[in-house]
Design a protein around this ligand. Structure first.
Ligand SMILES: NC(=O)c1ccc[n+]([C@@H]2O[C@H](COP(=O)([O-])OP(=O)(O)OC[C@H]3O[C@@H](n4cnc5c(N)ncnc54)[C@H](O)[C@@H]3O)[C@@H](O)[C@H]2O)c1
Length: 394
């Protein structure tokens, strides 16, 4: 049981201690056996941040991996190319790479016919909350339509387990600050969040109709080496390292749950290895880090003082959000064990090497990345909120 269990018992979602205790004991009743041994896993979005780390882990332990990625320019494609090169150099033909759109039915049918994966780890998606408001259709296509197609193929090709990325953003409309999977999340506040919730619903349908084993994972802001340049941890490390200004909203006491990539990979792989009929899990660190703490940890590891532009609180921002990971802890044996301090230390170490070796040449910087439309906005053209640390990114 993790350190939040007592909080879980008294969280607002639980009517009484006995209700929560019984739901926890029912978790123990649901534990399924671990599948050990070789797997061939289709990793969609395998050129991206989380997908490339999961693929690397699976290959390292001896599984074979098929990657499908369309290499879109939501952020600099050279980052994705470099992720793929690293995997191919390291693992040779144990990793097969298909470049294409997962919404393309005949392309995906070919991939399944040629590779016949037994497991699917579906990480491909359009990510990012704000761009989804500007262009919802591409999110509906890449997230909902593609996930439906993949589950259809998974069912037809007898896939043993389908694991997919959902997001903590499904809790967007929630009034609570300690998010449990038992909470009602019927009020998504962005098209991105709505697509993730829709995928969770469709996943249930595929489980119900065809007994497809499906697990949805609600990730809480993931960071680490090779991390997405549109997200706060990367942006802060980069800007502070380069002596550029960062923006601080409010008094800095608001906090978020940030999860280090190796903990997320651990949770994803545990989900691949346990064939739950239908489950949704939070994967987070299980505790929050305040904005003030965040800034001082970045300062400590970069060895630079942050130049802060103080701004008022953003309307609607909740002061404290964190993942309740009790369910993942019981059913998957998941426990995040990288502290934020250690995670930022490792990320800064990676950033320094990557910048020295590649970034100076590649000119990767958050100011020229990730508006979701393949354009390169300058920092000043973007609305202030886009660069809020508190927002964390999804
Ligand atoms: N990083 C986080 O903090 C976070 C938080 C919550 C949820 N998630 C979810 O986790 C998953 C992985 O996120 P990430 O941070 O690694 O993002 P990422 O953008 O680095 O990776 C996603 C990959 O999917 C590919 N892709 C997108 N649409 C595609 C399509 N139609 N066909 C083929 N490939 C396509 C992209 O090219 C990219 O390489 C996503 O589903 C995301 O929504 C991430």
């Amino acid at each position: 049981m993790n350190s939040h269990s007592s909080k879980y018992l008294s969280s607002p979602e639980c009517d009484s201690i006995s209700t929560c205790s019984s739901s926890m004991s029912s978790y123990y009743d649901q534990i399924v056996e671990l599948h050990v041994g070789y797997k061939k896993v289709l990793v969609t979005g395998g050129a991206g941040f989380i997908g490339s780390h999961v693929a690397e882990h699976l290959l390292e332990r001896g599984d074979d991996v098929v990657i499908v990625d369309e290499m879109n320019d939501y952020y600099d494609v050279r980052i994705k190319e470099s992720n793929l090169s690293m995997l191919v150099e390291k693992f040779g033909d144990r990793v097969q790479v298909y470049r294409g759109n997962i919404c393309d039915e005949s392309f995906m049918l070919d991939v399944f016919e040629q590779t016949r994966p037994g497991w699917i780890c579906h990480m491909a998606a359009r990510a990012g909350v704000r761009p989804s408001i500007q262009d919802p259709y591409i999110y509906i296509q890449s997230n909902i339509v593609a996930t439906t197609l993949l589950m259809e193929l998974a069912h037809k090709f007898g896939v043993r387990n389908f694991v997919f990325a959902s997001s903590s953003s499904v809790y967007g409309g929630s009034k609570s600050t300690f998010f449990s999977e038992e909470e009602n999340v019927d009020n998504p506040v962005s098209p991105y969040a709505a697509t993730k919730k829709a995928c969770e619903l469709l996943a249930y349908t595929y489980h119900h109709l065809y007994k497809l084993n499906v697990t949805g994972l609600r990730f809480f802001t993931v960071y680490g080496p090779r991390g997405r340049p549109d997200m706060a941890p990367f942006k802060f490390i980069d800007r502070v390292s380069r002596g550029m200004e960062i923006q601080k909203f409010g008094d800095g006491s608001s906090s978020r749950d940030y999860t280090y990539i190796s903990d997320i990979v651990d949770g994803v792989v545990r989900s691949i290895d346990r064939h739950y009929p239908y489950q949704i899990f939070n994967l987070g660190k299980g505790n929050g880090t305040s904005l003030n703490e965040f800034i001082s940890i970045v300062e400590k590891h970069t060895g630079k003082k942050a130049m802060i532009r103080q701004l008022p609180d953003q309307a609607g921002d909740v002061p404290y959000t964190t993942a309740d990971v009790t369910k993942a802890s019981i059913l998957l044996g998941y426990n995040a064990n990288v502290s934020f301090d250690d995670g930022i230390r490792k990320t800064v170490e990676w950033y320094r090497n990557a910048r020295n070796e590649k970034f100076n040449k590649l000119l990767i910087s958050p100011e020229t990345q990730a508006n979701g439309f393949g354009r390169s906005p300058s920092f000043v053209e973007m609305p202030l909120r886009e660069f809020s640390v508190g927002a964390g990114g999804k």
